[in-house]
Write a protein that binds this ligand. Structure first.
Ligand code: MN
Length: 418
């Protein structure tokens, strides 16, 4: 599919993240104003809430965009999603007769603050990148036992916290927690010294389910995708994770990018999961390509310094797709809700430069990586970590917007009484 041209000139640049092909969904506010739903186009955000209010957008019998989150549109289902996309393409396309109606409702992106694009119902995180699982397993359990025996048969996951999912730009405070390294005789309560990122893609569930769904049904339930940084305190994680998995190590914060890139925008970039090493049971087999070709990178900027790109990889490296993960999530009968967020698992590639966490990049701290003005094994206070993602189309790109967060120093001991 080629670039779809818009009368919004900036949207036609071949490297602009928000061409007419994209139309990602976010929530924005002007200074002193309340947050409202918007769609990015070129250097602007289109105020779709006002367009629905004035009848230019007519999505359902009752308004869906009169709230500062996209959940009501998501819950309305794929027919409404398709109708919204086709109406916006009509209004914003080159030569549109709707230009005079919508142009007054374009707000420069430079003038707005971006907020959480949807209410996160629940958050589940997976462990579905084979390179990541092999790297971490090798470090924690040795190369012979790197992949757990279940790994090639089910997408392993854990139930995370929706309450600490934050939008890009929100500072993240270094957590305290209980740790016990091999050098410590007894555990200690201290600020994490191995605070880390995980480069992931988040799938946003649009329509709910009640009972087991197939992989094809799961794919159709997904409204869109965001970039996701699953901040991880490795020292807390190493002590707490057996036998029930991560808990406080992952609960401090999860940062997502501010725009939901819809499944429709990603359609031209579908690609297949890799060949199965062992056959999957029928309920996890995919009826078609369910991954996407999304180039990903991570930048680290020390306080007052310049950015170093520390990792470059691609979402197509995953062993399991979000549709497979979502289908697996329902096998027990577990209902899934509008606004459920599914983290893909850390996306690492085969090469050293393609590793999606500092744990892997520095090989557990043994091989610090070079950054502007020094080196890093794990995150230092004042560092800003930014995830970026791009699909390369024919004369256009689909961008996600940055997923960024700066790490603030730990607070004083929260349990110490003066
Ligand atoms: Mn994770």
């Amino acid at each position: 599919m080629p670039l779809l041209r818009s009368w919004v000139d900036s949207a036609n640049a071949p490297d602009h993240p928000f061409p007419l092909n994209n139309l990602p969904c976010g929530v924005f506010s002007r200074p002193g104003d309340e947050p409202r739903c918007g769609v990015a186009i070129g250097d602007f955000v289109l105020d779709v809430a006002v367009l629905e209010d004035s009848g230019v957008l007519n999505l359902a019998d009752a308004p869906l965009l009169d709230v500062p989150f996209w959940n009501e549109v998501m819950e309305a289902g794929p027919q409404v999603w398709a109708a919204l996309r086709s109406r916006l393409m009509e209004l914003l396309g080159e030569g549109s007769v709707g230009r005079a109606t919508v142009e007054p409702h374009l707000v420069p992106l430079a003038e707005v603050a971006l907020h959480m694009p949807f209410l996160v119902s629940e958050y589940t995180d997976f462990y579905a990148g084979r390179h990541h699982a092999t790297n971490v397993g090798t470090m924690f359990r040795g190369a012979d036992n790197a992949l757990p025996p279940n790994w090639l048969h089910i997408p392993i996951g854990y139930n995370g916290r929706a309450s600490s999912v934050v939008v890009s730009g929100t500072p993240v405070r270094r957590p305290w927690g209980q740790v016990k390294g091999p050098e410590q005789a007894v555990p200690a309560f201290q600020p994490s010294r191995r605070f880390d990122i995980e480069l992931e893609l988040g799938a946003v569930v649009g329509t709910p389910s009640d009972g087991p769904v197939t992989v094809a049904e799961a794919d159709a339930m997904i409204f869109g995708y965001v970039l996701l940084n699953d901040w991880s305190a490795r020292d807390i994680q190493a002590w707490e994770y057996q036998p029930l998995g991560p808990f406080q190590a992952k609960a401090t914060a999860t940062t997502i990018s501010p725009w939901i890139v819809t499944r429709a925008a990603l359609e031209p970039f579908r690609c297949s999961t890799p060949p199965r090493e062992v056959p999957l049971l029928p309920h996890l087999q995919e009826p078609g390509p369910m991954l996407y070709d999304i180039a990903l990178e991570v930048g680290l900027t020390p306080e007052g310094g310049r950015e170093t790109v520390i990792a470059r990889t691609n979402y197509r490296e995953m062993y399991y797709s979000a549709a497979q993960q979502l289908a697996h999530h329902t096998t027990s009968g577990c209902p899934m809700n509008t606004g459920d967020l599914l983290g893909s698992g850390t996306i690492s590639g085969a090469t050293k430069e393609a590793r999606g966490s500092l744990l892997e990049l520095s090989w557990g701290g043994k091989e610090p990586i070079a950054v502007d003005g020094g080196s890093r094994s794990f995150i230092e206070d004042g560092d800003t970590l930014e995830l970026r993602g791009t699909c390369q189309g024919d004369g256009y790109v689909i961008g996600f917007g940055a997923c960024s967060g700066r790490v603030l120093p730990a607070l004083p001991d929260p349990y110490r009484r003066p």
